[in-house]
Design a protein around this ligand. Structure first.
Ligand code: ZN
Length: 253
């Protein structure tokens, strides 16, 4: 039984306990090239959140990890069979309801730990923050917390070398042999300005990639995944610990 995971706890464990910080891991259910499972983002969320919370808990953080939300925003993937979409407005409703519970029980700190590129929580947290002024609402994309170039040979952003290495480390029984994976070649949009990071339009996924992946996964390895996972969970546990231990009445330098 892991005392920092709500799903593992009984009411006896929880009812008199002081909790400072709730972590909500958020994934997606979607195709990941030919070789990774639809649950890849959920597996990453579950494992990164629990390993990071363990480190933070052992360092004294009063932390609880809520169950991972398994559906994400997949509006650009509707042509890809059983890529399960929930809309941003649905995410708003889910977060508002969960924040209401936390706020009622005086757990005023929440971190949404995101595993999926289509999820974007900033605007939602701005709006919910107005309704719940006591709440300190944060979000993060774990894959942006470290420079991937220091760990992997090929860049990418979906079912790439990084993600394949992670799942090889976390759930190798669900990964097909890499000779069955596609190359994850991205077809870029013809409008040059939109190829740059300052301008944005949603990518139509079925026109962007033939195998649903973006990034060549062929050099992925379990050992690379393990090293990166350990570094990410070190970094994330620091974030959890820092938020848990900070006085909300004394936030600014
Ligand atoms: Zn993914």
């Amino acid at each position: 039984m892991r005392p920092y995971i709500l799903g593992d706890c009984t009411w006896k464990d929880i009812k008199d306990r002081s909790i400072e910080l709730a972590v909500l891991p958020w994934g997606a259910t979607e195709a990941h090239n030919f070789h990774l499972p639809y649950s890849s983002d959920v597996i990453e969320s579950d494992n990164i959140a629990s390993a990071s919370a363990k480190k933070a808990y052992e360092a004294g953080a009063k932390i609880i990890v809520l169950p991972t939300i398994p559906y994400g925003v997949n509006t650009g993937q509707k042509e890809i069979k059983l890529d399960m979409n929930i809309n941003p407005s649905t995410q708003y409703a889910i977060i508002k309801d969960l924040v209401e519970v936390l706020n009622y029980h005086k757990i005023y700190k929440l971190i949404i730990m995101n595993s999926h590129g289509g999820n974007d929580f900033k605007q939602i947290l701005r709006e919910i923050g107005l309704k719940f002024p006591k709440m300190f609402l944060c979000c993060c994309n774990w894959w942006q917390s470290l420079d991937k170039k220091n760990y992997f040979d090929h860049d990418g952003d979906h079912a790439d070398e990084m993600e394949t290495s992670m799942i090889l480390h976390l759930a190798p029984e669900l990964v097909l042999p890499l000779d069955q994976a596609g190359f994850g070649i991205e077809k870029k949009i013809k409008i040059k300005s939109l190829q740059q990071s300052w301008a944005w339009t949603e990518r139509k996924w079925h026109l962007t990639t033939d195998d649903t992946g973006i990034g060549n996964p062929k050099s992925a390895a379990k050992e690379k995944g393990e090293k990166y996972f350990n570094a990410i969970t070190d970094k994330m546990s620091q974030f959890f610990l820092e938020v848990a231990n900070t006085d909300l009445n004394d936030l600014y330098e």
